[in-house]
Ligand binder design. Sequence first.
Ligand SMILES: *Cc1c(COP(=O)(O)O)cnc(C)c1O
Length: 433
Amino acid sequence: MKQNNGANGRKFFDIDDRLLALAEQTEQDIKPAKERTENIAFINQQKVLAAFIHNGVGESCFTSSTGYGYGDVGRDKLERVFAEAMECEDALLRHNFMCGTHALTVALFGVLRPGDTMLCVTGMPYDTIQTVIGISKQPASGSLKDFGIGFKKVDLLPDGSVDIEGAVNALRSDSSVKMVYIQRSRGYSLRPSLTVERIEEIGGEVRKVRPEVIIMVDNCYGEFVQLTEPCVHGADLMAGSLIKNPGGGIAATGGYIAGRSDLVELCSYRLSTPGTGREVGCTLGHSREMYMGLFSAPHVVGEAIKTALFCSGLFSKLGYDVTPQPNELRADIIQSVMLREPEALIAFCQGIQSGSPVDSMALPEPWDMPGYDNKIIMASGSFTLGSSIELSADAPLREPFAVWMQGGLNYAAGKTGILIAAQRMLDKGLIRL
Ligand SMILES: *Cc1c(COP(=O)(O)O)cnc(C)c1O
């Protein structure tokens, strides 16, 4: 028996003994997957450390700049370190990206021109990106569509996999397709996330038809989950958020675009202005946190994945359908649990919130969030507002009342949070043991 209580039998949280017993069995079940995760973190940590060393990161890199930010050596070096860690030609990594959607938007507007078409081969893109494209139910001004940029999608096959034949046919029949867009993570869907190997396969097939097509990957939640990143596997450009994986839970805000240097340069003119590009952008004291976050990211991503493994294992023992399965190979940090009823979904999210270090006293409720079409419930008791590399859970209120949980800065805290969520469901009579 493992020790669940503190000295003198002290308990910090009231967790049912039967849940704790299930937790111990879960630990046994997920052992191989945890080991695999730790090994990936070990290799990725070396990759990042080597990039710091090769680029000669020094104390002077953490200097703050103001105003135009011309000649900010720390900022420019951080982008080279990141490009090396992502094993691609170039990168923009800035606190000026306000979120992942913003980084993706800059990449789309940076590369596409009026008359071009974006072809998404992973079905409907993530909710906020639909608004950027101009296909959401509540249209917003300034979308790609407003600028004469077309959009087409290839639906996923019934098993959730990419319809490569459909993608190839779409490319053959439309010469305006300039970009093939791949969303690696599942978003608010239940399809499997895409491994870098699968991304390479898709890219290889579309390139046979149109060698010059730009392959762009929404890499949100995918960074450091596998040993390599999409650009090593044929993607030309990728983007993501620093309050997810690559910020390591330390970056206070920001995002990145990485990939082929000619495309990254185009994006820099959209991020700032045509002409100034990447030369402007003061760092206002953010550099040290961004370096520290990137340095910690491989480890923190490993902790988040272990938290997801525990959640997957525990809730499958509690009788819920989960995806991915506890020992399945992972391509992102997301864990979905089909909670089947709105009450269970709400209780789970409220439990995660109540087991968080910050704002534990808040009670999350479903609300209308800008950029999303359904009501959303979000639990995020994080040090950085909305950070989802920290333990968090969210879901649109729709069938099958699945929750998407992710994050966990350290496994002990992540595991505790999951147990508190299960306990809340038990207290509400929503699970039976
Ligand atoms: C998180 C996410 C985004 C960007 O969302 P932000 O909240 O703007 O950072 C885009 N695509 C996917 C798949 C995501 O998970």
